[in-house]
Design a protein around this ligand. Structure first.
Ligand code: PSV
Ligand code: MN
Ligand code: MN
Length: 424
């Protein structure tokens, strides 16, 4: 391991007095603090295997060095994140970017790093070498049944790969759509997609879920066949009880009220999970909480309220995944920042005075409703999140430790400056 346990202990030893003071101060103001710690410890966020290297734009890619060369390296990186924050105990694989060659070896490595396999993702948005038919004009929606069959077979293959690893869900994101008016018959595209999804759904093991991810636009810029939550909900409702909608925070038209979408999907029992990231313009895939932390909090506010109303387990009943890309930051530092932002939004949602909010809503005291939410959002929960991390065996200051033990330098030494894995 690049970080030894004694280094974490030593780091925590140095910071513990300061941390205790801060946490004691927090506890004095928030009497429920101790009871929240376990909830935070239990909350795990899956890291996408495609986010560990430096991402690119269509204008260029500037590698920072020491990037993972293969699936094992990617898992080692996630193991490292999990060692530091104890909240990144799962990996989400993209097939065929991450085909496990030796399943037993990969499973053993995951167990040794304390990692679980979260949703597996299929990929019918790129052509692979030696593929019989092209996805240039779509995959599950395609006008040619042979193309659809190829895409269906790929998804079923991904389920098999996931089953071998112990994954329990499949995420389907489709680039399908059209770039110009007239290119596509919308109804036929929908019906073809639904029929294809039905065949994939039929191959799901009994205890699996299927997540249908929507996206307003890109790579197609006129229409997208699963463009919004309404269309996704239509598909998953028609598919059956194992199908759910997946919300990627960057996949909405500007100013969409994502927290309201989340609330309604939860109410309908059709919210499957998340791809966390942040954005200013579109599918920017920026660090979670970097641009709109209040929105992230409002989403968690709906999640906590809705999940409690439905007696759901916060940690296990939805899929929590990051889907981000890093062009100018160290991907590992960026992921630590994302996880921290998600944990903070969750912690702030946990401290909302729900009784008071309900009472204020009942008498239409709008200003008080706003005060209650902002009170929670303006609370500095960093010491609470750090205390949970400490309790779980992580580092009080993950990025500080990452830097002081020179993890990136060691990775560059081990893997070289120009190491690149398959993926985006
Ligand atoms: C598409 O923009 C997306 O959000 C989907 O989740 C893909 O699987 C992922 O990004 C990687 O391309
Ligand atoms: Mn996504
Ligand atoms: Mn995306």
């Amino acid at each position: 391991m690049l970080i030894e346990k004694y280094q974490i202990d030593q780091h925590n030893g140095e910071l513990s007095e300061k941390q205790q003071n801060k946490f004691n101060f927090f506890k004095a103001e928030n009497p429920s603090a101790e009871s929240l710690l376990q909830k935070l410890v239990d909350f795990q966020i899956a890291i996408p295997s495609w986010a560990l290297g430096t991402g690119g734009t269509r204008f260029g890619r500037f590698s920072g060095g020491g990037e993972p060369r293969n699936l094992e390296d990617k898992m080692m990186d996630i193991g490292l994140l999990h060692q530091l924050n104890r909240s990144s105990g799962a990996i989400s694989l993209h097939i065929p970017w991450d085909i496990p060659e030796d399943v037993e070896k990969i499973k053993n490595l995951a167990a040794s790093l304390d990692l679980k396999f979260d949703a597996v993702n299929s990929n019918t948005f790129q052509d692979q070498p030696n593929q019989a038919y092209s996805y240039k004009f779509g995959s599950l929606q395609h006008v040619d049944k042979k193309v659809r069959d190829q895409a269906i077979a790929h998804n079923i293959e991904v389920i098999k790969q996931g089953e071998a690893l112990g994954s329990k869900s499949l995420t389907v994101w489709l680039a399908d759509g059209s770039s110009f008016p007239g290119q596509l018959n919308f109804r036929e595209a929908f019906q073809n997609t639904l029929a294809s999804l039905k065949e994939i759904y039929a191959a799901l093991p009994a205890d699996w879920k299927m997540f249908v991810e929507y996206k307003s636009n890109e790579p197609n810029f006129y229409s997208t066949t699963v463009a919004d939550w309404g269309q996704s909900l239509l598909y998953v409702t028609k598919l059956g009880p194992k199908a759910y909608t997946l919300v990627d925070l960057g996949h909405h038209l500007p100013n969409a009220n994502i927290e309201q979408i989340v609330s309604i999907l939860l109410m309908e029992g059709k919210l499957g999970g998340f791809h966390f990231n942040d954005s200013k313009y579109g599918d920017d895939d920026l660090t979670a909480g970097a641009i709109k932390p209040y929105q992230l909090f409002l989403i968690f506010n709906e999640l906590v309220e809705g999940m409690d109303a439905n007696n759901m387990n916060h940690a296990t009943d939805l899929g929590w995944m990051i889907d981000a890309s890093h062009n100018v930051k160290d991907p590992l530092e960026d992921l630590l920042q994302s996880v921290e932002a998600i944990m903070m939004a969750y912690a702030q949602a946990l401290i909302v005075d729900r009784k008071a909010l309900k009472a204020a809503q009942k008498v239409n005291d709008v200003a008080l409703c706003q005060e209650i939410l902002q009170e929670a959002h303006r609370t500095d929960v960093r010491s609470l999140v750090a205390q949970a991390r400490l309790m779980a065996g992580g580092a009080i200051d993950p990025i500080g430790l990452f830097r002081s033990v020179k993890v990136r330098e060691k990775l560059i030494e081990e893997r070289g400056l120009k190491s690149v894995a398959t993926g985006l």
